[in-house]
Structures are given as C-alpha cells and as structure tokens.
Design a protein around this ligand. Sequence first.
Ligand SMILES: Nc1ncnc2c1ncn2[C@@H]1O[C@H](COP(=O)(O)OP(=O)(O)OP(=O)(O)O)[C@@H](O)[C@H]1O
Ligand SMILES: [Mg+2]
Length: 420
Amino acid sequence: MLTGDEVTAVLDRQTAVMEQVASGAALPEVLDSIVLALEELMPGSRCSVLLLDEEGTLRHGSAPTLPAGYSAAIDGLVPGPLAGSCGTAVHLDAPVISEDVSTDPRWARYRELAARYGLAACWSSPIRSRSQVVGTFAVYRGAPYQPDRRDQELVRRFTHLSSLAIEHDRAAEEREARHRAELARQSAERANLAKSQFVTALSHELRTPLQSITSFTENLQTLDLSPDQRRGALQRISVSASHILSIVDDVLDLARVEAGAMPIDLQDVDVHAEVAASLDLIEPLAVRRAVAIHRSGPSVAVRADRRRLRQVVLNLVSNAVRFSSSNTTIRIDTEAAEGVARIHIVDEGAGIPQDLMARLFVPFDRLGADAGREGGAGLGLVLARRLTEAMGGTLELDSVVGVGTHAVVTLPAAPPGVEF
Ligand SMILES: Nc1ncnc2c1ncn2[C@@H]1O[C@H](COP(=O)(O)OP(=O)(O)OP(=O)(O)O)[C@@H](O)[C@H]1O
Ligand SMILES: [Mg+2]
C-alpha cells in the first residue's frame, strides 16, 4: 500500500492535473502530465494512454517516453482476444497483465515489435467513463515484471484521473457540438426568413409593372382611344414589360451566383476596354443628367469574366449617375497593387447615411430611394458584389453624405507580362 508521503505525492500530482483540466488545457497535454506523473512515482516504467475512437479502434492518446516508432505501430490497434495487453484489456473489459510479452500468447502478434523497442512487460487497464470503456492505461517495463499492490494502487488512481480528464474533454466537445448545432439552426432560420422576405419583396416589386400592364391592356380593350393614346398605352406596357424582364434577369443571375451555379469564364481582361464598353451604354443617361464621367489610371489587366465585369461596372456607374445631381463629375480610376487591380468609381452625389450602409446589399432595399423614372429594383449592388466575389474579387462601398460615394472593385491581377 502507499505510505503517507506517497499519498501526499499522489494528491499533489492529482491536484496539478485537475488544475490543468480546469484551466482548459487540451486533452493530449493533460494525458501527458498524468503519464509523466505516474512514471515519476513508478521508476523504470513507461506509460501510455490509448483512446477508443468511434469505430472501436485504439488510437494514440499519450506516450511521451515510449519510442515514437512503437507508438505509431500500435496506433490503430483493433481490440480482440489476442491483441496485446491493451487490445485484450478492451476486449475483456478487465486489466491484462503480461509479465513477459515474449511468452504471453496474447502478445504473439506484437512480440517482435515489442522486442525491437526493448519492451518486455506490459500491463494494461481499461479506462471507463460513464460506464463505457473509452481507452486504456498501459505500463511498460524493460524487463519481465510483476506489478505489486503499490503499483496496482497507483495505476488505479491514475487510470481514474485519466478517465476524469477524458470525460471532461468529451463533455466540452459535446457542449461545443450543441453550440455549433444551435448556430447552424439559427443560421438556417435566418436564411429561411431572408428567403421569404426576398419573395415578398420580389412579388411587391413585380406587382406595380404588372398592374400597369393590366390596366393599360384593359384601357386598350374597353376604351375608344385615339391613335396617340393607343401609342402611349402600348409604350407604357412595353416599358413595364422590360422592367419585369430586367428584374427577372437579375433575380435569376442572383439565384445562380448564390447557388454557385453561375458559369464564370475567367480570362485576362483589359479593364479600360471593359469600362469603355460599359460606359457606351450609360453615356446617354449621363448626358441627360448633365453628369460628366472622367477616366484615369494606368492600363490594368485582371482575371475576370468579361461579360460579368461589364455588368458590375455598369451597375456601379449607373448608380453613380442616377444618384448624382447635374453638373457633377464621376471619376473612374484604375489602380494596380500587389497581385490585384482595383477599379474606383467615385461620384459627387448625395452620399449614403452611415446607418443605411448595412442595407446597401439587401435585395430590393432602395434605402428609401424612389424607384423613379430610371429607378431600379434594388438588386444592382447585391448582384454586383456576388458577381465580383464569384470572380475571386471583392466589392466595397464607402460614402459620406454631402460628399459622395466611392465604390471599389478589387480583382485578381492577370499574370505578369499580360498586356493589351
Ligand atoms: N452611388 C450612390 N449614391 C447614393 N446612393 C446610392 C449609390 N449607389 C446605391 N445607392 C443606394 O443604394 C440603393 C441600392 O442600390 P442598388 O444598385 O442595389 O439598387 P438600385 O440602383 O436602386 O436598383 P437596381 O440596381 O436594381 O437597378 C439605391 O436604391 C440607393 O438608395
Ligand atoms: Mg443600382
């Protein structure tokens, strides 16, 4: 049995280990401390802990002083009636003492391995947690050995300590898993809510042009309209239909890019050429609004999908034009940086209040802006951002009320040497 001094020594070590557990140390570290503490109390012993995984296989847990080659060979041990001391101890759910592994039949398969690493005796005890075997605690010796009652008492205490450490670790893991499941549930709930809000907003957005089509069609059918009035009605129907079509196109693009199903054809692309192509489409509106567009910056080449890059630039520049007052200037500037290229689109419009910035990328949210004559559905920015991200880039917006808005598209640069 243990002497009074030994009991004190054991208690000291147990306390140190429990403090380590309480401070949140990782399980391998705690098991190493337990093993080293027992080795100190049982000179000449080398100990190890194996842990049972979900498949019922024994995996390395801790063996700070056993040869690494031996531990690696034992890792993955499958319990059974003739599986050395540890595998047999799990199989029998009882301690297995092999006083001499060179003659013990349970060691027949591992005898050579043990001899190669100078291990002659091995005694293994199952570690239990919540009445289940969760691993083994093994004590090896360099010569045949029979444990005495003191050894048995020490191993009993340290096996118990290991089981507490493992239990604590599993409980923490379970808490962590529950937490993750809760986060996943919340995020699914949020996604669901976002989806139904999206559908509500989409229906709302489609209703106005559809009502307009319905009422003008009815007028055409029931009223005796003059040729001018008929032309006007048909014109309104056509505008509403185009509006619906553009919303549907954007919604489909958004759905595809969010599902990761948008085909993206990455090529080396000359930014100035694509900006120029986008500007061709927006120039008439800029002229109508008396907004000047200035371009500057070096020629830069990016990896991008030509069509999608134009779509992004068009969205951003059309915002800049639509939300600028007349006689202001929009600047489009290119910049080459480490591995990336940037396109800056800076306007002198009204700017966006800080508290609304978070809603910029919410579909159908126009931040209170009227859809107006050339107004959009509030899909442009979210789509532009998703498209840019699908090309491996980012889109950021910065805005100061009364000063203007600054959009930055960052895309991976084309490989060095690509020039246009
Ligand atoms: N450059 C800007 N200056 C001021 N406000 C802006 C600017 N860009 C966007 N906004 C605000 O953000 C809102 C959302 O922009 P977004 O491009 O997503 O939608 P939209 O332009 O209203 O419609 P769509 O782009 O679908 O035609 C706009 O309605 C506007 O209120
Ligand atoms: Mg827009």
